[in-house]
Design a protein around this ligand. Structure first.
Ligand code: TEU
Length: 574
């Protein structure tokens, strides 16, 4: 083990989705001044880093993930001066600021694309992916798309541009054309922009779908999906042939020589553990960690709108394999929530009777893994999925497009709505619930997205006043990671892999062992078959998800009975 471990091993990151965090000017949309006004909330929680979802100038087709100017702030969110103030005030509190970096694609309103689409011989034509209609087809005819790829946001990944009669590639929305990373000018422009932000004082980047920037050439059809017209293009763009080369080049051109205090995390759908080892091996100089998607896909059937209940045994198998895979080389990121995922307490816990208990359990299990934990805004309050009444309640482009496509194909409206209720990204995007005042203190105007009706009980003001709240549990977990090297660096061992209800593991470092046991169920549960159970008799309770007084000391035979959704962390020193 090298003497100096990277600082981010003991750090916790908090994700802000600025649109839904805090409005300061009454227009109903969160903004940078709102974030500045709430910095004390983050300081009280104790987080080390804030990752800001995109605040760049954008037509907001995908809430800022469609950028039309990488070097300006969208007027909805404020100004560059506000941004500088935010960085300065965060730094005063010891909080780093990490920007979202969205460079797989730009907005179609970005000047680069405006030029690119203007003519076939424009110098920026090759900055994006342009292709003529499929051989034997007329432009615009069904089936004329250059490949059969299905877009993440429904329909084809190709859009015909009438001006030149060619199609451009967009893995996401039509307003998010993919940049052509094969072109060195594109890469240089991106690196220059990144250096500009680092020079301004930002502390790193969360890199949006960064494992999709290298495409395999020539672009070719994918396996058909079901019996529809579309195919799966992912083998051509997930971790493509030049991905490691591009990330190493980015490191050399952007990060090299700037010290070890920065943070880079690559968002990488469909990444495998084997790939992640390569991406996060410090000796390879690519990224510090990746966001993988395996564990948030376990309740998907054939696709994300086909939901099935999570099997705890599968969750343990998956997360356990990632712990093992990155034990020696590389590093994990740890998350249940972000702006694209339904709320974890509704999805993996119980958002009814045991909302508080199950939110604390999920927090305990995640934060005691080896890796850097991410907290998504509102998660620290145990915020839940949104009760959507009908189709008009959905605003996210992915949900809106899916609704149109699925009902257009003849699926029943109620079935489509049920799938959206469970899986829509909008679940994560309702405004943060600050207090019991109108609109939960999020805005004095009309919120762009309605506040969850449970805000009179689920809100930050109440949580801060209650020592047994989800908030204070998160605060203690973050404190524990800061204080205790075994949480940051200890070895991970999964226990009871086949138990369908109990999640159990140990973390060990230099003679100290922590045991984490968690009951993923709504009834009392005796933990059976724990190896060396008697050694845990009388062990110190470091942290529990029930008020400490309610936890009986571990009896001499070491048998542990957990209450509904109870999690405990015990410590033993050799
Ligand atoms: O998401 C990438 C991604 O592949 C998915 O998680 C996506 O949210 C989609 O739901 C798949 O079903 C990133 C951003 O996090 C997301 O908000 C953006 O919409 C997307 O990239 C495009 O920039």
């Amino acid at each position: 083990m090298p003497a100096e471990r990277p600082w981010f091993h003991s750090a916790v990151v908090y994700q802000i989705y600025p649109r839904s965090f805090q409005d300061s000017d009454g227009d109903g949309i969160g903004d940078l001044r709102g974030v500045i006004n709430r910095l004390d909330h983050l300081a009280a929680l104790g987080v080390d880093v804030v990752w800001l979802s995109p605040i760049y100038r954008s037509p907001q087709d995908d809430n800022g993930y469609d950028i039309s100017d990488y070097q300006d702030i969208d007027p909805t969110f404020g100004t560059l001066a506000d941004f500088d103030e935010l960085v300065a005030k965060a730094h005063e509190r010891g909080i780093r600021i990490v920007m979202d970096l969205v460079v797989n694609h730009t907005s179609d309103e970005h000047p680069w694309f405006v030029e690119s689409r203007s003519s076939k011989d424009n110098p920026k034509r090759d900055w994006y992916w342009w292709a003529p209609p499929r051989e034997g087809f007329e432009a615009g005819q069904p089936g004329a798309e250059p490949t059969n790829w299905h877009s993440f946001f429904s329909g084809s990944t190709w859009q015909l541009d009438e001006a030149t009669g060619e199609y451009y590639l967009h893995l996401f929305s039509r307003k998010q054309p993919d940049l052509n990373w094969e072109n060195p000018q594109v890469r240089e422009a991106v690196y220059a922009m990144m250096r500009w932000w680092l020079d301004r004082g930002v502390d790193g980047f969360r890199m949006d779908v960064i494992n999709m920037i290298s495409k395999e050439l020539p672009l070719r059809d994918g396996e058909p999906i079901g019996d529809g017209p579309w195919g799966d293009g992912s083998p051509s763009y997930i971790c493509g042939p030049r991905i490691h080369e591009f990330l190493q080049e980015m490191h050399r051109e952007v990060f090299k020589g700037r010290g070890d205090a920065l943070l880079t995390v690559g968002e990488m759908p469909a990444v495998t553990v084997e790939d992640a080892v390569l991406f996060t091996d410090p000796a390879r100089h690519e990224v510090d960690m990746v966001f993988q998607f395996e564990h948030v896909g376990l309740d998907h059937g054939e696709h994300k709108w086909d939901r099935r209940p999570l099997q705890l045994v599968e969750l343990k198998e998956s997360l356990g394999r990632w712990q093992e895979g990155l034990a020696e080389v590389g590093w994990n990121s740890l998350y249940w929530n972000n702006h694209d995922q339904p709320r974890a307490v509704s999805r993996f816990g119980d958002d009814g009777e045991f909302r508080v208990e199950s939110a604390k359990l999920l927090a305990t299990v995640l934060h005691l893994h080896r890796g850097t934990p991410y907290v998504y805004q509102g998660e620290e309050l145990g915020m839940t999925n949104v009760p959507f009444h009908d189709a008009t309640a959905f605003q996210d482009i992915e949900s809106v497009n899916y609704y149109k496509a699925a009902t257009g194909q003849g699926l029943l409206v109620e079935e489509v709505l049920d799938a959206l209720r469970l899986g829509s990204r909008d679940n994560a995007r309702s405004p943060v619930q600050w207090d019991a005042s109108p609109h939960a203190g999020f805005t004095t105007g009309v919120p762009w997205f309605p506040v969850h009706p449970n805000y009179p009980t689920v809100n930050a003001e109440r949580a801060l006043a209650d020592p047994d709240s989800v908030f204070h549990h998160y605060r203690r977990l973050i404190e524990l990671r800061h204080a205790d090297a075994v949480v940051a660096e200890g070895d991970f061992t999964m226990l009871l892999p086949d138990d369908p209800v109990v999640y159990a593991f140990t973390r060990s470092l230099e003679g100290t062992t922590l045991l984490v046991v968690a009951n993923f169920g709504g009834t009392d549960h005796k933990v059976d078959g724990l190896p060396d159970a008697e050694e845990w008799a009388g062990a110190e309770l470091v942290l529990g998800s029930y008020p400490e007084s309610a936890v009986a000391p571990t009896p001499t035979d070491g048998s542990i009975v957990l209450r509904p959704w109870e999690a405990r962390v015990l410590r033993r020193t050799a």
